[in-house]
Design a protein around this ligand. Sequence first.
Ligand code: GTP
Ligand code: MG
Length: 436
Amino acid sequence: MNTPYQESLGASLIDRTIREKIVLVSVLLPGDTDESVEASLDELELLVDTAGADVVARLVQRRSAPDHTWYIGKGKVDELKEVCLALDADTVVFDNNLAPAQQFNLEKVLGRTAIDRTAVILDIFGQNAHTLEGKAQVELALLRYRLPRLRRGKDAKLSQQRGGVGGRFGGGETKTEVDRRRIMRRITKLEHDLRSLADTRDLQRKSRGRSGLATVAIVGYTNAGKSTLLNQLTDAGVLTEDRLFATLDPTTRRLALSGGEPVLLTDTVGFVRRLPHGLIEAFKGTLEVAALADYLVHVVDSSAADPEGQIAAVRVVLGEINAAEVPELIVFNKCDLAPLDADRLKAEHVGSVAVSSVTGEGIELFLRTLADRLRAITKIVELDIPYDRGDVIASVHREGEVVSTTESESGLRVRARLSEASAGRLSEFVVSSPTA
Ligand SMILES: Nc1nc2c(ncn2[C@@H]2O[C@H](COP(=O)(O)OP(=O)(O)OP(=O)(O)O)[C@@H](O)[C@H]2O)c(=O)[nH]1
Ligand SMILES: [Mg+2]
């Protein structure tokens, strides 16, 4: 029997032995260059491939504005229909976001499923979510996407019989008001469940805050090598794959930096150009890790076609999740694959480092740099700790770096480098905090 999650994904329709044939469509709007549109279509092709289908053709149209009814012009719709018939394509995928009405009109005239980039990304997320929270987040994003598209089901009796990318997003069985209400109830339930999961995490975070450890979030474009880096640094054993959005659920590990000071390192979901806002919204509980971190390790694939574009896309998402202010260390990864690019990028981005998370090259320097950066945001405080408070002395050693100790009448005078959180927690013993 299907769980509600599978049901809303239409999992019973999926037949992954059939690889659908897909035609990609993109509209060049004023401000877009040929190169940016091609790069975006290359990426969409990769996304479609990851979702489990094959691209058989691409169609591009230059327009001053999207057509209200079909997004592309009527002439182009006819051409698209011919291409679909000639190549026996199952589904068309637009790189631009389609309004529900445009999607409906296109499906009607084309006689096949029409979806957009958002639907493909949602589909991949649906396949890759494994934890309770991950699944709830994806389902929520999916239902919010489907709700305004429900009415399409009435006329477009399209893909219920078929599986694949289109099948899960086409119109179909959910046509009635009853279904709409059912979905709305499910959305409310998911929102509620996610809120309580967030509350639990909040409590966990507070108890971690008491442990005083600095937190570092690994962020970056999808497939940049974030999980591979975490695995290289710790024995996290996170699944790494040459596949987009392999990681949806964050994994946190403790890592001892060069100076011995431990930090908490968290691997996060990857970003992509024009990550659907609904997904960011649904994943905000997970993405909060980055906003609350003391430092970001921003992993970039040096061998990617357009690393600068990826950096920019990641920063857009960081802005959306309120993490723009968190200091970042840029790590140009995969230097074994693209040594020249890695060197050039490193030179162009002051303060960045280049590594290979596979061979381990550059990892030592990366760790030293990260330790230095974290040190710069910690401060040296002086504490007066009574001799009988061995527990306090132990926690200073555990959480920070002891610079010097001297014995005094009242107790041990300790100069130590501590994070803001530790210094705050130990404030009753702090006698001065002279230097930053
Ligand atoms: N040659 C080489 N390959 C790497 C390196 N780092 C990662 N990879 C490969 O790149 C692919 C993606 O790595 P992941 O660690 O899964 O990437 P990710 O950033 O976690 O990706 P998502 O979780 O999907 O967003 C895998 O096939 C890795 O083996 C590297 O330094 N050198
Ligand atoms: Mg990953």
